[in-house]
Design a binder for this molecule. Structure first.
Ligand code: PHE
Length: 335
């Protein structure tokens, strides 16, 4: 009985305690072995009680030994865990800002600093806002150039092909001066390639007031290109045509991917078109209820994906919408 109590009360704080328990109760030289050896000398009348007690002790010893071993292991784990301050903290996977979102924010910031506000409009438009108000004559080939996705015919309802529709909405909504940019998603029924997609993003701009000139347009877009890329970027204006502007010009910058050496993005010309622009056609002003004798203005429109290719040196704009984390992860630190 005394031994049973000793076994039950035994505590092992360290390896050595466990070893002394083992020597005393478990090993071949233990008290247990001695007691078993003594069995043969026990008088026959007491043999049964002796045997039962001895076996109980044996089971107790085995159970207690197992407990002591696992107890010591647990406390060893607990203390090492508590002490290892060099282990890296468990980190959560956090997302990043999408490169197109980041770029749009940057474009907005550049224009806000020179006095432009931000205007918004619907993606599903009527013929009036996407075409007619913008001086696209009925059955004019310029409408076909836009590769429109139609939702309904007669009267036409469509997915906007440019955010110029928001310019019309803005001009209809009040009186000049207007100075705003219109970021948004646009749709064109075009083949998807490294340079073009059927869904993409634009930022258009509009400035209408008394005495706004072509010089103001050039100044604004030069300022933008230098802020957006770098101050030595080469910029050129090329005469062009849009139904809603007269005169019209396209703006190219020197290709930032190949430095003019020639690549798929600049079609081996060394120049990349970044925006269309021009002086708002008086017909458009009149369509929107603005006195074209009193007011003049300029408009421009640019593609965010195109800008992103140049800015991040990416050679295929499909990457921006494929949601491949291996690609997106590379932008996780941009703000
Ligand atoms: N809306 C034109 C386009 O999407 C771009 C543009 C806007 C051109 C404003 C001139 C003036 O191609």
């Amino acid at each position: 009985e005394e031994l049973k109590e000793e076994v039950q009360k035994f505590v092992a704080e360290k390896e050595a305690d466990l070893e002394s328990f083992r020597m005393k109760f478990v090993s071949r030289k233990s008290v247990l072995t001695d007691l078993f050896d003594a069995f043969k000398d026990v008088p026959p009348a007491q043999k049964k009680d002796y045997g039962v007690a001895l076996n109980q002790l044996k089971v107790l010893v085995q159970d207690r030994f197992k407990e002591l071993v696992s107890g010591l292991e647990e406390s060893r784990e607990a203390t090492t865990e508590a002490k290892d301050l060099t282990l890296p903290a468990a980190t959560d996977q956090i997302g990043g800002i999408h490169p197109l979102t980041a770029l749009r924010a940057r474009i907005i910031e550049i224009f806000e600093r020179i006095g432009f506000s931000v205007a918004d409009g619907p993606e599903i438009e009527t013929d009036w806002y996407n075409f007619t108000a913008l001086n696209f004559p009925e059955n004019h080939p310029a409408r076909e150039m836009q590769d429109t996705f139609f939702i309904e015919k007669d009267p036409d309802v469509l997915l906007r092909t440019h955010t110029s529709s928001v310019q019309v909405r803005l001009m209809e909504s009040g009186k000049p001066p207007f100075r705003a940019i219109m970021p948004g998603r646009v749709f064109r029924n075009e083949a998807i390639t490294a340079r073009a997609h059927c869904i993409f993003h634009q930022v258009e701009g509009l400035y209408i007031d008394e005495g706004v000139s072509f010089a103001d347009l050039k100044d604004t877009l030069y300022h933008f290109a230098k802020e957006m890329f770098h101050k030595d970027v080469k910029i050129r204006f090329r005469p062009s045509y849009f139904p809603f502007t007269e005169p019209s010009a396209e703006i190219d910058i020197s290709c930032l991917i190949c430095n003019g050496e020639g690549c798929n993005i600049c079609k081996y010309t060394g120049w990349v078109e970044i925006a269309g622009s021009g002086m708002v056609d008086p017909n458009v002003l009149e369509n929107c209820g603005i006195d074209s004798e009193k007011y003049t203005g300029f408009a421009f429109g640019m593609g965010i994906e195109r800008m992103a290719l140049l800015n991040y040196q990416v050679r295929d704009l499909r990457l921006f919408t494929e949601n491949d984390v291996r690609f997106l992860k590379q932008f996780s630190s941009i703000l």
